[in-house]
Design a binder for this molecule. Structure first.
Ligand code: ATP
Length: 228
């Protein structure tokens, strides 16, 4: 469960990127975050995984209050959330297997457990055969599948994705959406910022529209609602 209550965010340069946001996202929901460029979608999402802190207001994720969360507990909190970006952000010198295993090595899981979990998750994203490849030997869609595998290998309750199909062609974007659908069907909450009208209009889920740092629309099975 994610709740935001009266959240405001003013960046150091004076830009007000969140302007009184109150919202509740239940465990297991799939939520698209839409809105024009600069509307505050990334800021909204970044505050959920504590990449940005609100100026005022409170945020609670998985029962943890982010206001009172000590800096030393941030890494522990982050491990409960899978984050996926538009530009994949894989470690270029590590293989696919190593990129995914890395998330488990930092929590000092046993080697056998790590190997099994990495294998399982690479199977889910249909990349078992590329386990020994380096990121630059993969297509964009494959790289994003590795990034998703890395994000979910810790079995987080929440997956947050900022424009995950932004660098991909439509066919590849749909393959990626298929994986998100599967993750969500397993009970994981998915929060996804996107400009992709086709996806939002076809694979219907809750839509939260943000403009000027405010939620201007929040509809179950809503559409994209912007020209694209
Ligand atoms: N670190 C930052 N410092 C200062 N201003 C910022 C910062 N990050 C974002 N902003 C500003 O906050 C506003 C909201 O930005 P945000 O990235 O949240 O929008 P967005 O809806 O995700 O946009 P896009 O669709 O283009 O990614 C914009 O005016 C942006 O310039």
């Amino acid at each position: 469960m994610i709740t935001m209550s009266n959240v405001y965010k003013t960046y150091d340069n004076g830009v007000q990127a969140a302007n009184g946001i109150t919202v509740k996202i239940k465990q297991g929901e799939f939520v698209y975050v839409v809105g024009p460029s600069g509307a505050g979608k990334s800021t909204f999402i970044k505050m959920m995984y504590r990449e940005q802190k609100p100026t005022t207001g409170s945020i609670n994720v998985n029962g943890l209050s982010l206001e009172t969360l000590a800096e030393r507990d941030v890494p522990y909190f982050r491990r409960q959330i899978g984050v996926i970006f538009q530009n994949f952000r894989l470690l270029p010198k590590l293989t696919v297997h190593e990129n995914v295993a890395f998330a488990l090595e930092v929590i000092e899981e046993e080697r056998d457990v790590i190997n099994q979990r990495v294998k399982d998750v690479l199977k889910l994203v249909k990349l078992e055969h590329k386990a020994d490849s380096l990121p630059n030997q993969l297509s964009g869609g494959e790289q994003q599948r590795v990034a998703i595998a890395r994000a979910i290998v810790n079995q987080p309750k929440v997956v947050i994705a900022d424009e995950p199909t932004g660098n991909l062609d439509m066919d590849t974007a749909w393959e990626i959406m298929d994986i998100f659908r599967e993750i969500n069907e397993r009970g994981t909450t998915v929060v996804m910022a996107t400009h992709n009208a086709d996806i939002v209009n076809t694979l219907r889920h809750r839509v939260i529209a943000i403009e000027g740092g405010k939620i201007v629309r929040d509809e179950m099975e809503g559409g994209y609602g912007y020209e694209s």
